[in-house]
Design a protein around this ligand. Structure first.
Ligand SMILES: [Zn+2]
Length: 203
């Protein structure tokens, strides 16, 4: 696939100013791990590089709208398929990025990504998490136990009325974004474990 040719260092990242609003998107997760890491068949969320839309090009139009409307937070949900029996088939929110930079990666996608969704677009944005004052990335992923289960109360809080599918993208206003960020407070960021387990995963 030549994906190794795309590295974050050769991509021309530019600073990104945004509003404190968010979007919740779906990803396929692994069947073979306890942590809801992404399935080997999908490229995002690429927590290794704290990016989305760099190594894979799913829904490029959606990322264009994300940037155009100055969304700031990208939250990730999945239907859990992993080894924690209590969570089997439950929809959970596992992590988020606060976006700090963007890059037009259309040329790289045209060259290196098969099945890219941007071949007839004008632009294709990759999104990258910001770095906070402590030098840590604003990219948080929770353990399976700490993930936020989308039960009826959670769906109501998020204003989700329709059935969630892989194509679901939920826009979150400032108030709801703030409430959802609170669900991550006081919980341990397990992103390093997501990264190591993803490297070992092949399902
Ligand atoms: Zn693309």
């Amino acid at each position: 696939m030549g994906l190794n040719a795309i590295t974050t260092s050769v991509v021309a990242w530019q600073g990104y100013r945004h509003k404190d609003i968010g979007v919740l998107v779906y990803y396929d997760s692994s069947k073979t791990s306890m942590l809801p890491i992404r399935a080997a068949s999908v490229a995002d969320p690429n927590y290794e590089t704290k990016t989305c839309g760099l190594y894979g090009c799913n829904a490029s139009q959606h990322r264009t709208l994300f940037v155009k409307n100055k969304f700031g937070y990208l939250f990730f949900m999945t239907k859990y398929q992993g080894k924690n029996a209590k969570l089997k088939d439950k929809m959970i929110i596992t992590g988020y990025y606060k976006i700090g930079s963007i890059a037009d990666v259309q040329k790289a996608h045209m060259r290196y990504v098969e099945d890219n969704s941007c071949y007839c677009e004008k632009i294709c944005y990759a999104l990258k998490a910001s770095v906070n004052e402590k030098g840590e990335s604003d990219a948080v992923f929770l353990s399976d136990e700490d993930a936020y289960v989308l039960n009826d109360a959670a769906l109501k809080m998020l204003g989700i009325e329709k059935k969630i599918t892989k194509a679901t993208k939920v826009k979150l206003d400032e108030d709801i974004t703030k409430k959802l960020l609170k669900k991550f407070e006081g919980k341990e960021n397990k992103i390093a474990d997501y990264i190591s387990q993803t490297q070992a995963n092949s399902d």
